[in-house]
Design a protein around this ligand. Structure first.
Ligand SMILES: *Cc1c(COP(=O)(O)O)cnc(C)c1O
Length: 456
């Protein structure tokens, strides 16, 4: 068995912790992010064997490498089998360029991969101690529905989600409100920032300290390890493992959690030639690569790839740490990373809304490839890389573009650009017929507090 993996904080002012504690804590007490002290390796032989395996079997092998001292192998197998009960299609588009669709989970976004695994791991650790957790989370749409669905029906975990009444789409709302059981949904007559402020206030409220509150936000280490698996899966399925062929990935990026999964896979030994890091008009990272100056964008710019409207990616501190630097939670760099090596490994590129729409149109016209705005940013980024680095455009090179959401989640945009109504994935088909349950409050903390006191 491999050495136990411990986790340090990127701010370096917290004791190293095991996976269980890092998972249940979320953010480190020094406000840094947990990072593995060492990254276990995958051998060529293992990659070769994975070419014949199912997704959950690969997730089991990768998970064991990180968690063998934390959870018995058969328990982990149950978890991954239960979490990954949906297909992970990899479509060839032309030459050796592929699109991997990470949109077949219950909420039709790639966030299902991480949330489903994180929820089940939390349930496992909590049940060992007969402990309970109340997850409080504010959402602007996608994260809330992924968390709600991933934690639905789990023991020992209750979830309360706040959403801004007017700011989520009808489909996003229904993905949260039609579940019930351990999932409570609260509609707030306010904005996303108001919801987030209420959650923060509840965490700090002495009167509520008897509640075992925790968060499930995007910086939890429990979300990163599962996100390394689909990179390994794509390589094992597509690459010629006998010749040590190298692969490139194009990653539509907002908070850079998805990219971090890729960097972990590369450090485990997947021969990655390059990551194309594709952002929308929130171009703080492409500008950082170009100028060496990191400047956050406040407020973030509104683009049609809305899940990537991020002006200071919460995982940036981890990316910097991977390359030997130190960045604090505000984005201030205390030690320079190896920027030259970052630029070699990752081509960071910004794609604007006009290019995004044009790409959705052209991909459909020329390749019958259906993209939604996030995947279109990545597809365009891949081709911008081809234009700039001609050697990457060779038909012999293997490239995989990640599609992170289902086109049916953006019916208005797709209809306007392509004139067709994308078919709903199976998981969303009966949404309109299910009954909704939610509780409504004003933008008033005392109402939220009263709700918590009475219901938990
Ligand atoms: C969250 C999200 C992203 C961005 O992923 P990060 O890990 O934040 O970089 C991209 N596409 C979709 C559809 C998302 O929901």
């Amino acid at each position: 068995m491999s050495e136990p993996v411990l986790y340090y904080s990127t701010n370096l002012k917290t004791e190293k912790q095991n996976f269980r504690d890092a998972l249940l804590t979320g953010q480190a007490p020094d406000r840094g992010l947990f990072m593995p002290c060492s990254i276990p390796l995958i051998s060529r032989e293992e990659l070769r064997e994975m070419s014949k395996m199912q997704y959950y079997e690969i997730a089991h092998i990768v998970g064991q490498k990180f968690l063998s001292d934390q959870i018995p192998s058969f328990e982990l197998l149950n978890i991954v089998q239960d979490a990954y009960n949906f297909p992970v299609p990899v479509e060839r588009v032309y030459n050796r360029n592929y699109v991997m669709r990470l949109d077949q989970g219950p909420t039709a976004s790639f966030k299902d991969f991480a949330a489903r695994m994180m929820g089940r791991l939390m349930q496992y650790f909590l049940s060992l101690e007969s402990r309970e957790l109340l997850i409080l989370t504010a959402t602007s749409g996608d994260t809330g529905s992924a968390i709600a669905n991933a934690f639905y029906g789990l023991d020992n975990i209750k979830v309360a989600i706040l959403y801004p009444k007017e700011e989520v789409t009808e489909r996003q709302r229904k993905q949260m409100t039609t579940l019930d059981k351990n999932i409570r949904v609260i509609s707030v007559n306010g904005k996303f920032d108001d919801c987030q402020a209420m959650v923060k206030k509840a965490f700090a409220d002495e009167d509520l300290s008897r509640l075992p509150m925790s968060s499930a936000n995007s910086i939890n280490i429990g979300r990163l390890i599962p996100q390394s698996v689909y990179y390994i899966y794509a390589y094992a399925k597509l690459a010629d493992t006998n010749s040590d062929e190298r692969i490139a990935f194009s990653v539509p990026s907002g908070n850079f959690g998805d990219l971090m999964g890729g960097l972990i896979a590369k450090n485990m030994g997947v021969p990655v030639r390059k990551f194309v890091v594709a952002t929308n008009e929130n171009d703080e990272v492409p500008v950082y690569w170009q100028t060496g100056q990191y400047r956050t964008i406040v407020p973030s710019r509104n683009c049609i790839s809305s899940a990537m409207n991020v002006g200071h990616p919460s995982n940036m501190a981890r990316v910097v740490a991977m390359y030997g630097g130190i960045m604090d939670e505000k984005g201030v760099i205390h030690k320079e990373p190896d920027l030259e090596r970052m630029r070699r490994d990752m081509y960071a590129v910004s794609v604007n809304d006009e290019e995004t729409r044009q790409t959705i149109k052209e991909a459909w016209k020329s390749c019958k490839l259906m993209l939604e705005p996030h995947g279109a940013v990545a597809w365009r980024g891949l081709h911008k890389n081809f234009d700039l680095h001609r050697e990457d455009a060779s038909p012999l090179q293997l490239n995989v573009c990640l599609e992170t959401a289902h086109p049916a989640k953006f019916p208005g945009e797709i209809k306007e650009i392509l004139g067709i109504d994308p078919e709903l994935p199976e998981s969303m088909q009966d949404l309109d017929r299910r009954e909704e349950t939610f509780y409504s409050i004003n933008n008033d903390y005392s109402e939220f507090k009263q709700y918590l006191s009475e219901n938990y």
